[in-house]
Design a protein around this ligand. Sequence first.
Ligand SMILES: Nc1ncnc2c1ncn2[C@@H]1O[C@H](COP(=O)(O)OP(=O)(O)OP(=O)(O)O)[C@@H](O)[C@H]1O
Length: 285
Amino acid sequence: MTTLLDVDNLWVKFPTRSGVFDAVRGVSFSLGRERLGIVGESGSGKSLTGRAILQLIRPPGIVEAGHINLHGENLLAKSAQEIRTVRGEKISMVMQDPKFSLNPVMRVGDQIIEAYRLHAKASKAEAYQKSVEMLEAVSIRDAERVMKAYPHEMSGGMGQRIMIAMMLIPNPEILIADEPTSALDVSVQGQVLSIMDKLVKDRGMGLIFISHDLNLVSQFCDRVLIMYAGRIVEVCQADKLHEAKHPYTKGLLGSLPRFESPRDRLQVLTRDPAWREAPSVEGRL
Ligand SMILES: Nc1ncnc2c1ncn2[C@@H]1O[C@H](COP(=O)(O)OP(=O)(O)OP(=O)(O)O)[C@@H](O)[C@H]1O
């Protein structure tokens, strides 16, 4: 499989009064034209890993890595201006809650048109037409009405689909989706996932899907990186997640509630201090 992105020995550090806190500690992985899940409990470093790729870590946070190569070009060697272009054209990111990403006082259509015209020279009429097509591509049926609406008039699922539409305007090769469906109810979650799935297949995109939901990731992704305390503890084929070997992954799986075989008590997730110290596992293809 072609490697789109290669992350080598990534660290994210935060200086604090009591010393430097290493939130991500030397992770290495690559991404092809696949759906790569990153799972782990809260605080394991999933989001920071995604944000660091796009240099979205705010100071005083520090990002260090051997390289973060996109098609063999090191993103860490690029200027701020060049990184903005990468963010706009090559790698897009969708966050958990679309409400914080859309401008509340601007009509949805005007925001999409503005995003489109930032990337392509187009008249307003052309940009309008393209924007309607983008909304239709993410299964929004009454696109013309949605173009006139304000973000507060949208449901969560609709807002998330609009965000995905905006992120896809430049036709990125990589989409980083950070808990993109956790604010949505289950049926809308399914719709958003199937849209992303189609995009990966039709456009040959690479998707990094960050989630704390192991069941969802095992069904939706191709490969999974399991993170604990800023490191990768295990890498699995998603459909083989139930055969995971690391006690942390087993513990995460064991602590999930199950409808088909309900238990009186859920397994408590115990953590061995030795796991923190074990070197990060490589998540390369
Ligand atoms: N700006 C910051 N300053 C200091 N520590 C931070 C900062 N941002 C994140 N952290 C810490 O880094 C660790 C990893 O954070 P991260 O957001 O990547 O976790 P996560 O695995 O995505 O968890 P969640 O599922 O809760 O979002 C956490 O312990 C968090 O408290």
